[in-house]
Write a protein that binds this ligand. Structure first.
Ligand code: HEM
Ligand code: HEM
Length: 232
C-alpha cells in the first residue's frame, strides 16, 4: 500500500522550503514576540538587540530572495495582477490549486510583511520616546521632533504588522480547516506531498552555508551601522 501522510496524498514528498527559509520564519516569529514583550515591559536593551536581529534577518531574506533557493526567489513567486486575480477566483473553492512555494496571493502578503518589517525596524533606529530616555542608536543624529515622528511611525508600522500577521495566520488556518491543506507542517519539515496531477520541476535548493554567510554579512552591516553610525 502506498505511503501516505497527514495530507492524505500518496507518493514521495517534494522539497518546498530550504532550511534557511524555515529558520528565518520561526526566528522571525520568536523575535517578533520577544521584541513586543520587551517593549511592553520596557526591557529596552532586550528590545533593541532583538530588533537588530529582526533587521538582520529581514535584510538576509531580501538577499535570499535574489540569490537563494528557487522557491525563496522573488522572481519565482511574485506575480502580476492577472495571475493574482486568476488565483483569487480559485480561492473560495475547496479544491486545491497547488503551488510549489508561495501562491500568487500569498506572495503579496509575504512582500507586504517584509516591507512592513523593514520600515518598522528602520524607524526604530531613529525613534525616541517622549522623555528622550529610550532611543534608537541613530536618534542622536536627528532632532527630537524627527525622533518623535520616527517613534510615531514605528508605532503605526507595528499596528500594520499586527494586522498583516493576523491575516496571515487566519488564511493559513482557512487552508488547514476549509481546504484541508496543511501549509504549517511544511514550514517545519520543508517537504510536502502534492496531487499526482501537479508535477512542476523540482525546487533548486541552495546551500545552507551560503545562507549563513549572507546572514553573517547582514548582521555585520547592522552592527557597523549601530556601533559606528554614519553622520547625517
Ligand atoms: C509573528 C508572526 C509571524 C510572522 C511575522 C510571519 C511571517 C511570515 C513570512 C515573512 C512568510 C514568508 C516566508 C518566506 O518566504 O520567507 C511566512 C510564511 C508562512 N508562515 Fe508565517 N509568520 C508568522 C506566524 C506564523 C504562524 C503562527 C504560522 C502557523 C500557524 C505561520 C505559518 C506560515 C506558513 C505555513 C508559511 C508559508 C505559506 C505558504 O505556504 O505560502 N506563520 N510567514
Ligand atoms: C531595529 C530594530 C528596533 C529598534 C531600534 C527599536 C527601537 C524602539 C524604541 C527606541 C522604542 C521607544 C520609542 C517610544 O517609546 O516612543 C520602541 C518602542 C516600541 N517598539 Fe521597537 N525597535 C525595533 C524593533 C522592533 C520590533 C521588531 C518590534 C516588534 C514587536 C517593535 C515594537 C515596538 C513597540 C510595540 C514599541 C512601543 C512601546 C510603547 O508603546 O511604549 N520594535 N522601539
Amino acid at each position: 500500500m502506498a505511503d501516505k501522510d497527514a495530507s492524505g496524498l500518496p507518493g514521495e514528498p517534494r522539497a518546498v522550503w530550504d532550511l534557511a527559509i524555515r529558520l528565518f520564519h520561526w526566528m522571525l516569529v520568536i523575535l517578533f514576540c520577544v521584541s513586543w514583550a520587551a517593549a511592553k515591559y520596557r526591557y529596552m536593551t532586550i528590545h533593541l538587540w532583538s530588533g537588530y536581529t529582526v533587521l538582520s534577518l529581514i535584510l538576509f531574506r531580501i538577499l535570499w530572495g535574489l540569490v537563494g533557493s528557487s522557491t525563496a526567489r522573488f522572481a519565482g513567486f511574485v506575480r502580476g495582477p492577472a495571475a493574482i486575480l486568476a488565483y483569487g477566483r480559485s480561492f473560495p473553492s475547496r479544491a486545491r490549486n497547488p503551488h510549489l512555494g508561495h501562491n500568487p496571493m500569498g506572495a503579496l502578503s509575504v512582500v507586504a510583511m517584509l516591507t512592513a518589517f523593514l520600515a518598522h525596524t528602520s524607524f526604530g533606529l531613529f525613534a525616541v520616546d517622549v522623555d528622550g530616555i529610550d532611543s534608537g542608536p541613530l536618534a542622536r543624529f536627528v532632532s527630537f521632533d524627527v525622533g518623535r515622528e520616527a517613534s510615531r511611525l514605528h508605532g503605526i508600522t507595528f499596528t500594520l504588522i499586527q494586522l498583516l500577521v493576523a491575516l496571515h495566520v487566519l488564511v493559513i488556518l482557512f487552508y488547514l480547516v476549509y481546504k484541508r491543506d496543511n501549509l504549517i507542517v511544511r514550514m517545519f519539515t520543508g517537504r510536502a506531498r502534492f496531487p499526482a496531477t501537479f508535477d512542476p520541476p523540482a525546487a533548486r535548493l541552495r546551500s545552507l552555508w551560503l545562507a549563513l554567510v549572507l546572514f553573517a554579512a547582514t548582521s555585520a552591516l547592522v552592527w557597523l551601522v549601530i556601533a559606528n553610525p554614519p553622520r547625517f
